[in-house]
Design a protein around this ligand. Structure first.
Ligand SMILES: Nc1ncnc2c1ncn2[C@@H]1O[C@H](COP(=O)(O)OP(=O)(O)OP(=O)(O)O)[C@@H](O)[C@H]1O
Ligand SMILES: [Mg+2]
Length: 239
């Protein structure tokens, strides 16, 4: 970092998480600037979702720190960290299938009841789902459900948004819609950390990639530099 760069909005400092004998996340330090889109990539089981869980407060690290706007927040718990401005989607859908798209948003919004519906409708409109607001989540296509998940994160207006495999199983039209909305939100100052195996989309969307392998950070740089990094090629294609 140069002397002139602002402090990162989000940082991890040496975060480590073990599950039994597995070191799922191993001493990872990353600083992320506000208003940027960073891709978190790595082979299956490399620790991406675990790092998301650590940053969003679902699980505490065994050691290391998570800093939001310079303040240590590890150990605060998921709901408080969410209130402080970190929102996330999940790799597998957590929508309530027997609630409508709108109700799924209203159920999590912290806006006062009088404005919760309007806030939820605004966000559904933003992602292009107004016409499906009253449809049960269970009746939506997989891609539409992914979009509702995305909308559900936005409803509380987090500053930092973690997306865990937003493109998995999503058709090209929906991919494009998610990408456009991420760009809109980045221009409005939001910060994204996105993990996905769809490398073409990650390369197109992110200005920076960080790469995990067996829980360790093995590369951090522009998509072009990371793609050409022998350590990354080895992690993906090595035996
Ligand atoms: N709750 C858990 N209990 C035990 N082991 C776990 C737990 N969660 C994750 N792991 C292990 O930690 C490692 C990292 O898993 P993680 O889910 O973070 O990987 P990932 O990079 O998100 O993988 P994928 O690309 O398949 O989603 C794996 O070895 C996994 O089996
Ligand atoms: Mg994962």
């Amino acid at each position: 970092m140069t002397a002139t760069s602002p402090p990162p909005i989000l940082a991890t400092e040496g975060v480590t998480k073990r599950f039994g004998g597995v070191v799922a996340v191993d001493g990872v330090s990353i600083g992320i600037q506000a208003g940027t889109v960073t891709g978190l990539i790595g082979p299956n089981g490399s620790g991406k979702s675990t790092l998301f869980r650590l940053v969003s407060g679902e699980i505490p690290p065994d050691s290391g720190r998570v800093l939001l706007r310079g303040e240590a927040v590890q150990g605060r718990g998921a709901s408080e960290i969410n209130r402080l401005g970190i929102g996330r989607t999940f790799q597998l859908s957590r929508l309530y299938p027997q609630m409508s798209a709108l109700e799924n948003l209203v159920a999590v919004t912290r806006a006062p009841a009088a404005v919760a519906q309007a806030r939820a409708m605004d966000v559904l409109e933003f992602v292009g789902l107004t016409a499906l607001a009253d449809e049960y989540a269970a009746n939506l296509s997989y891609g539409q459900q992914k979009l509702v998940e995305f909308a559900r994160v936005l409803v509380n207006d987090p500053d930092v948004i973690l997306l865990d495999e937003p493109f998995a199983g999503v058709n090209p039209a929906m991919e494009e819609r998610i990408i456009d909305r991420v760009h809109d939100l980045r221009r409005a100052g939001k910060t994204f950390l996105i993990t996905d195996h769809e490398m073409r989309l990650i390369m197109a969307l992110c200005s920076r990639l960080v790469v995990l392998d067996h829980g360790e950070l093995i590369a951090d740089g522009t998509p072009q530099a990371v793609r050409a990094d022998p350590k990354v090629i080895e992690a993906y294609f090595g035996s």
